[in-house]
Design a protein around this ligand. Structure first.
Ligand code: DQA
Length: 143
């Protein structure tokens, strides 16, 4: 059984309430329960933090304990060399996910410090993007 960590960065604990016109109306915990039911053969864990260091710790700890990470670094995508270094440093594949289409928003959101160190990216597909990322990474690691 493959183990996949879904890791969300700052303010994604507010999903459902936060700018619903951009991020939708479903809290991540609700979506995550649905996802677990859709992937009964996969061991899924979810972790969210508003703190850069906690995300770094979680990525470091995930290495060797999980088979892959689906990571939405939220605003840290556009600022964090530290998170990029962690993604580069760990051995397991990391997939970058964004709920909104960061290419069609403010210019500062077009920059991703992790884009060239991740396995692939799923952008602008709402919460369904996490499911797509999961399906694709499972195909890759299950061979
Ligand atoms: C986000 C896009 C980021 O620009 C923003 O800071 C977020 C969420 C997304 O999922 O669309 O917090 O990563």
């Amino acid at each position: 059984m493959k183990r996949i960590l879904i890791l969300n960065g700052p303010n994604l604990n507010l999903l459902g309430k936060r700018q619903p016109e951009i991020y939708g109306t479903i809290p991540f915990e609700v979506f995550f329960e649905q996802l677990k039911k859709q992937f009964p053969q996969t061991q899924l864990e979810y972790f969210q933090s508003n703190h850069e260091g906690d995300l770094i710790d979680k990525l470091q700890q995930a290495d060797g304990r999980f088979d892959a990470v689906i990571f939405n670094p939220a605003a840290y995508t556009h600022t964090s060399i530290a998170l990029r270094d962690t993604v580069s440093a760990i051995e397991i594949p990391v997939v970058e996910v964004h709920i909104s289409n960061i290419h069609e928003r403010e210019d500062f959101r077009k920059i991703s410090y992790i884009k060239d160190v991740v396995k692939f990216r799923v952008i602008g597909k709402g919460l369904a993007g996490y499911k797509e990322a999961l399906e694709k990474i499972l195909l890759e690691i299950e061979g």
